[in-house]
Design a protein around this ligand. Structure first.
Ligand code: LLP
Length: 415
């Protein structure tokens, strides 16, 4: 267990979160290296013996230390911007293991990716195909491409993070896929290397993922009949984790299901997990500032806010909250909404939780390692939190807390 109580205090591996708060301040993201590595190993084990690539989805947590760990484990990377590509390279990632997704790649990003020599650009529209082809021609290279195809299966997840149905902005329609591949095959500056899909995030059942695999495979076979032979199939990410009482199918069930569908095929299988690698490997550590009892509700006001972790405000996401000290003197037990200092009613981290706390108590917002820090903002001119990586008995600062001066250093007063 990456986060467990020792002598009454919640620890990250062997380091108490109290010690981390003392050393690095709050709010602060704390990650467990062993948890990240363990989560990666589950994919590696499930895929052992199969030509495959685990392309960690950088958007989930793009701290250089996390990317560096992934690179050392042999991971590839799923990126969605030139910025993410720069991070991957800065962290020692191998560009030949990078797949670039996203509906809005700019000219500059396409050039950057082609110059870096990435594995594949996942095209999401015909307009993008034209742009990539023209860019490759100008640079005198062949651009390795795949199409992200929308398999039109219902991932049965939150509508904001469901991406595989035909009425959303991602990918090319299943019905158009053969035609766009045939068009692409006529572009001499494009090399058709693969096919991809991603049906959504936080999937708890493997069935839609396996359905999508079957539909993508059927297309791959049809394409082969018309002479378009692809070397990889990218089934995306989306493997769910437990935040509350979800019972996500284990990674092995997703992977085994896909391997079953792809049995006897020679294509490399690519998966791009994000949340399932880093989600439960991180917490947001925050300190209680005030208790504010009220007529109909009691509030705990903490020093973290929606700018640090927006998932509750944006998706109504539920994150478990743990007291860092199991029991402390002077704590007031009650049912509390845990809110931040930001001037928005949506600024809450948790609602109606049983807690026994007092000003100064520390709380850990659990499973905040994915889509936490990366979605943070500076709203209300709040410097973003520090990030700390724990390994065994060592806690290392992997991102300094922002300072207020940094926040407006790039701004100018009018002359
Ligand atoms: N591959 C592609 C093409 C994606 O669009 C995504 C996520 C992933 C992989 C990784 O999905 P994961 O394994 O992490 O579920 N901010 C939301 C999640 C947005 C996911 C967007 N795409 C949240 O906080 O729940």
């Amino acid at each position: 267990m990456a986060f467990a109580y020792r002598a009454g205090a919640l620890c990250a591996e062997q380091v108490s979160l109290e010690e981390i708060a003392r050393q690095f301040g709050t709010p602060c993201y704390v990650y467990s290296r062993a948890a990240i590595e363990g989560n990666f190993e589950r994919f590696a084990n499930a895929l052992a013996g199969r030509k495959s690539l685990i392309a960690y989805s950088v958007k989930a947590n793009s701290n250089l230390a996390v990317l560096g760990l992934m690179a050392r484990l042999g991971a590839g990377f799923d990126i969605v911007s030139g910025g993410e590509l720069a991070r991957v390279l800065a962290a020692g990632g191998d560009p030949r293991k990078v797949v670039f997704s996203g509906v809005g790649k700019t000219q500059a990003e396409i050039e950057q990716a082609l110059r870096a020599g990435i594995l594949c650009l996942n095209l999401e529209s015909e307009a993008e195909l034209e742009r990539v082809s023209a860019t490759a021609a100008r640079l005198g290279v062949r651009a390795p491409v795949a199409f992200r195809v929308n398999p039109d299966v219902d991932a049965k997840t939150h509508p904001y993070i469901s991406t595989g149905l035909k009425d959303n902005k991602f990918g090319v329609a299943y019905a158009d896929a053969e035609r766009v591949y045939r068009d692409a095959a006529r572009h001499k500056n494009l090399e058709l290397v693969g096919i991809g899909c991603h049906i959504g995030s936080q999937l708890t059942s493997a069935a839609p993922f396996i359905d999508a695999a079957a539909r993508i495979l059927a297309l791959t076979e049809k394409l082969a009949q018309s002479g378009i032979v692809l070397s990889h199939i990218d089934l995306g990410g989306g493997f769910g984790i437990r935040y509350r009482d979800e019972t996500p199918a284990p990674v092995s069930q997703f992977v085994d299901g896909a391997l079953g569908v792809l049995a006897g095929r020679s294509e490399t299988l690519i998966v791009d997990p994000g949340r399932s690698i880093v989600g439960d490997a991180g917490v947001l550590l925050t300190r209680v500032e005030y208790l504010k009892p009220g007529e109909s509700k009691n509030f705990v006001v903490v020093d973290a806010a929606m700018n640090d972790l927006i998932r509750p405000a944006l998706y109504g996401a539920w994150h478990e909250l743990r007291q860092v000290r199991e029991a402390e003197s002077g704590a007031v037990a009650g049912v509390y909404d845990v809110v931040g200092p930001i001037c928005e009613s949506a600024d809450f981290l948790a609602r109606e939780r049983n807690l026994a706390v007092r000003p100064g108590s520390l709380l850990a917002v659990m499973s905040a390692g994915a889509y936490g820090m990366v979605m943070s903002s500076n709203y209300n001119t709040r410097p973003r939190p520090a990030e700390v990586m724990v390994s065994g008995t060592r806690a290392v600062l992997v991102r300094e807390r922002e300072t207020v001066n940094q926040l407006f250093a790039a701004e100018r007063l009018l002359p």
